[in-house]
Write a protein that binds this ligand. Structure first.
Ligand code: ZN
Length: 134
C-alpha cells in the first residue's frame, strides 16, 4: 500500500461527527396582531441568531407568505394575519435552505455571491452549495 492509499484509509476511518441540529435553538417568533397586520417583533433577533441579514430573511418571508410588508427597526410588519406557528415553520424552512450546511448540519455558514450565483459556504467543513436567489 502506498502513502496515498494509507492516507485515504486513515481518513475513511475517522468517524464522521454530525452536528445535532436540535442543539441549535432558533428564537421563537414574537407575534402581535394589529388589526389586519402582523408584527414580527424579533425579526432582527432571529436573523442575528441565524447570522443572516434581516432583509434577506424578510424577503424570503414575504415571498413564502405571499404577503406585502416592510421592516421597521428591529421588527417586521406584514399585511395580513399570520400566526406564530405558521411563522415559525417558515423560519425553520429558511434555516434549512439558507443556514444549515448540507454536509455537516452546522449553522456556521456564510452566503457569498459568486458572479450571479449565491453560494452557501460552510466555515466548519468547507462545503459549498449554490442556493436560490430570493
Ligand atoms: Zn459543513
Amino acid at each position: 500500500m502506498n502513502y496515498e492509499e494509507l492516507l485515504d484509509r486513515a481518513l475513511s476511518q475517522v468517524p464522521k461527527v454530525e452536528f445535532d441540529r436540535s442543539r441549535f435553538k432558533i428564537p421563537d417568533p414574537e407575534i402581535v396582531m394589529i388589526g389586519n397586520r402582523t408584527v414580527l417583533k424579533n425579526l432582527k433577533g432571529i436573523a442575528s441568531a441565524l447570522n443572516r441579514d434581516p432583509e434577506h430573511l424578510m424577503k424570503y418571508l414575504l415571498r413564502e407568505l405571499g404577503a406585502a410588508g416592510s421592516v421597521d427597526g428591529s421588527q417586521a410588519i406584514f399585511q395580513g394575519k399570520f400566526n406564530s406557528s405558521l411563522m415559525k415553520g417558515r423560519i425553520e424552512r429558511y434555516a434549512d435552505e439558507f443556514v444549515f450546511c448540507r454536509e455537516c448540519n452546522r449553522p456556521d455558514t456564510k452566503l457569498v455571491k459568486q458572479g450571479r450565483i449565491l453560494m452557501m459556504r460552510c466555515e466548519a467543513c468547507g462545503a459549498r452549495v449554490a442556493v436560490r436567489s430570493i
